[in-house]
Ligand binder design. Sequence first.
Ligand SMILES: Cc1cc2nc3c(=O)[nH]c(=O)nc-3n(C[C@H](O)[C@H](O)[C@H](O)COP(=O)(O)OP(=O)(O)OC[C@H]3O[C@@H](n4cnc5c(N)ncnc54)[C@H](O)[C@@H]3O)c2cc1C
Ligand SMILES: *[C@@H]1O[C@H](CO)[C@@H](O)[C@H](O)[C@H]1NC(C)=O
Ligand SMILES: *[C@@H]1O[C@H](CO)[C@@H](O)[C@H](O)[C@H]1NC(C)=O
Ligand SMILES: *[C@@H]1O[C@H](CO)[C@@H](O)[C@H](O)[C@H]1NC(C)=O
Length: 507
Amino acid sequence: MRLSSFLMFPIVGLLGRFVHAAVTESTLKACKELSKALSGQVSFPLSLDYYHESSEYWSTVLRDIKPACVVVPQSALEVATSVKILNKYPDVKFTAKSGGHDPNPGHATVRDGVLISLGEIAGTAYDRSSNLAFVKPGGEWNDVISTLNKDGVTVVGGRLGIVGIGGYLLQGGISFLSSQYGLAADSIVGWELVTANGTIVNVDAKSQPELSVALRGSGSQFEGIVTQFTIKAYPIAKVWGGLRIYDESKTNEIFKALHEFVPSNNQEQKAAIIVSNLVAVGGTRAFIIFYFYDGETPPTSGPFADFLQIGSLIDATKTQTYPELLESNGFGASLLNSRISFRTVTIPYVADKPTIYAEISDKMRNITKSYLSNPLHLTSQCSVDFQPLSSIVGRHTESGGGNAMGLTGSDPDRVILEIQCSWSSANDDEIMRQFSRDLTSWIESRIPVWLEGYNQAKDFYLPLFMNDAMADQNVTGSYRDYAKLKSLQLQADPKGTLRTRTGGFKY
Ligand SMILES: Cc1cc2nc3c(=O)[nH]c(=O)nc-3n(C[C@H](O)[C@H](O)[C@H](O)COP(=O)(O)OP(=O)(O)OC[C@H]3O[C@@H](n4cnc5c(N)ncnc54)[C@H](O)[C@@H]3O)c2cc1C
Ligand SMILES: *[C@@H]1O[C@H](CO)[C@@H](O)[C@H](O)[C@H]1NC(C)=O
Ligand SMILES: *[C@@H]1O[C@H](CO)[C@@H](O)[C@H](O)[C@H]1NC(C)=O
Ligand SMILES: *[C@@H]1O[C@H](CO)[C@@H](O)[C@H](O)[C@H]1NC(C)=O
């Protein structure tokens, strides 16, 4: 029993209308019915539980988007009960939240609607005989990876341990292990979910291949709320990695090494990097590079080794357990207490154009320079993360049965960019998001120029990566099987419950 919400309920009954003028009558009714059915697990404004649940978001932008009430189900059955009740109130909006790391307003938040927080549907189990992990959506990757590590196994998951699980797995998920095993979603073979009509169903990849493909990378738009994922496990022992920080003087060396690394990742599959190029006060640049090697010692020759020769300001790389690595990688991001935006674009790897990354970095600096030169914006910054998506990833996708993003083994090498800005004043929300939009539209206009005369140009398929996208990006529309997936979505969600009442990227 959640005592504080119980105590607060009568007060809210009196004040609710005044506190939340925009909450509709039917939403209040739905909340009351939920509260009756799930006694003590529904909280209302002015209670501590409500405050806690509706504030637990990574980007501070989302902490101000308040629901009418928050449901914290303890089991799939209670999620089903909640959804069944919500079906009686067709004009009430609701959404699921797992980790609350998606920074887009309206995805894991629902202003004046019903928030279903899955934080207590958490936990990981491993079955040695089938080599499968059973992962619930609440909690964070730190928990999953440290639990599995006791059995010497792991799953394809987050690279920073603090990241949430449910949204990450539903949107696709890129991992340090992706060049070895594909996207995180490619290793999912089963989903327990509560459908839009409140029924608990189990989707199995073998018997429902088409639906499984759709579930791998469509976000929250297929079937309903996932309460457990069944995921193929892989062996893991000690790994090498961590982050290193570099100053601007290393820009050329870093981009040269990045260019050589991308195609080499097809052979050197145990290696992974994230090259994060930061632009901060006055347009100063810096780099944080996350390194990973699935082994105790990194290679001593080849592009990954070349990277490691570049002199850094700070070096936190070492041999350690995989859970230790994820824990320390997440530390910096856990301290951020900022308004944050994501935006993404996928760029081709053009072998004869090693200057693309520097061009992008320069453009980001040009776009943000005058804003970042203003001393009032000292705490703001933007970064472009370069994430290699080597061809091999698609080969693993195919052998797993395929995903919604439509990666295949015959696709060329690409690089996924994640553009992140962080700032502190709500007045700057639109300015900061616009910087990222300006950058991606400029990049989109440059891609044909970069590809001019390049013999692989006709083959480039450049889908957007949902985990890193901004709400206004047409992610599913960039998927090669968009039309097919859309009609499947219409079949699976005939009443449009998921399309019109819940948050997230839509078909
Ligand atoms: C610090 C940081 C590091 C990151 N690192 C990576 C990385 O290494 N690789 C990568 O691919 N991405 C990464 N991301 C992006 C991350 O994958 C997405 O932000 C993802 O949405 C986070 O998952 P979550 O559980 O916190 O999602 P939430 O914010 O809780 O939800 C996101 C969306 O999914 C829906 N949803 C959530 N759970 C469920 C469920 N169980 N059933 C149905 N719908 C649900 C929500 O309604 C919402 O629309 C990172 C993000 C951050 C902030
Ligand atoms: C509920 O949805 C499931 C799956 O979408 C479907 O199989 C089932 O028939 C539906 N049940 C009712 C009562 O509509
Ligand atoms: C950035 O600005 C500089 C100086 O104005 C200019 O020379 C350069 O071409 C710009 N870079 C890009 C990619 O726009
Ligand atoms: C998204 O893209 C698809 C495919 O190009 C298109 O049909 C659809 O209308 C787009 N959706 C939106 C909302 O723009």
